[in-house]
Write a new protein. Structure first.
Length: 333
């Protein structure tokens, strides 16, 4: 099967004028996608995305990438595509991810401000223009499926007692009550995995185009707080609370119609939803996919949960978690 896939890649590249190429693996991610940097004899460089169906579908990536470029943001240009087979040839935006730059001591404030400015640019685009055809609203059923990963994957992983049907129903019901608060802010395009692994610095570009964007195929329409929160409450790294406060203030200064109270309530709900989703997803990656290294981020995620659960809107969720996921079930070895 692997040999057949490699033969199909060779055919795809040759069809689009990339014969006699050298291929070098790039870092993968938590999905079934893999990436390679390809070099041809003319000195051209591109990135190959191999996203095998039926596990992956490249069409959403293509739609969002082209849309972001049309909005004057720096997503990779699509150089060639075979959507049926799951192959894309992408513009190579380089290796200067925020993750690498921060590890090397780059100016943290400048990087985060640039990323926030890119979101400001996106969120200042009228809703009628910012949501491309085919992008769905971040709806209740998807939100509930994501938070239920706590019950489906995390609790069994930590050998928690099985929940009764009534208890699981009460969990869904409290989320149905809480979630609408997040929509009191305006909506925009949510890129969904907006964090340092998926952002690059492109110093040769001007303004918000200096922020390169990756991994946005799960984009949806939803509250403007979501991507801000996923950037500033990053599952993979700790961020100075003063920097978080500064970035929030910088963002809100551009949207005076959003009151701090509405903003913080929406933030708390979206933070709780995302962190619970990621906790359940990381458990699934360990149990189902044999990728245990994601568990190293669990303590940080539970710390984030402790913080967002202090918001009064989340009191019912705090009570439920205290009862059914007590502290001794939040430690993962």
């Amino acid at each position: 099967m692997i040999d057949n896939r490699n033969e199909a890649i060779d055919t795809f590249l040759q069809t689009h004028g990339w014969s006699a190429v050298t291929r070098k693996p790039l870092a993968g991610d938590a999905s079934f996608r893999r990436y390679e940097r390809v070099f041809n004899d003319n000195g051209e460089v591109a990135v190959l995305m191999d996203a095998p169906p039926p596990q992956e579908d490249v069409r959403p990536f293509v739609t969002i990438a082209r849309h972001l470029v049309d909005l004057d943001l720096s997503a990779p240009r699509i150089l060639a595509a075979d959507e049926d087979k799951g192959f894309l040839l992408l513009e190579d935006l380089g290796d200067d991810t925020y993750t690498r730059l921060l590890a090397a001591g780059h100016d943290e404030y400048a990087l985060y401000k640039l990323a926030i400015d890119a979101l400001i640019h996106l969120h200042q685009t009228p809703i009628a223009d910012v949501i491309p055809d085919g992008v769905m609203t971040y709806g209740e059923e998807r939100l509930l499926e994501e938070v239920d990963r706590l019950n489906e994957w995390y609790l069994p992983m930590v050998n928690a007692p099985a929940l009764t049907a009534d208890v699981r129903a009460s969990y869904r019901d409290l989320w149905k009550t809480i979630l609408p608060t997040a929509w009191n802010t305006p909506s925009s395009l949510i890129l969904f995995d907006y964090h340092v692994d998926n952002l690059l610095l492109l110093p040769d570009r001007v303004g918000v185009q200096a922020c390169g964007l990756l991994d946005f195929q799960d984009a949806v329409c939803g509250p403007v707080t979501y991507d801000l929160m996923s950037l500033l409450e990053d599952a993979r790294r700790d961020i100075d609370p003063d920097l978080v406060a500064s970035m929030k203030s910088h963002y809100l200064a551009q949207f005076p119609s959003i009151t701090p109270e509405v903003f913080e309530a929406s933030w708390a709900v979206m933070a709780a939803q995302r962190h619970i989703r990621v906790i359940g997803t990381f458990a699934r990656l360990k149990v189902r996919d044999g990728k245990p290294h994601y568990l190293e981020h669990m303590p940080r995620l539970w710390r984030y949960m402790d913080t967002c659960l202090t918001h009064p809107i989340l009191a019912p969720l705090k009570d439920w978690l205290t009862t059914h996921v007590p502290d001794d079930l939040r430690t993962v070895s």
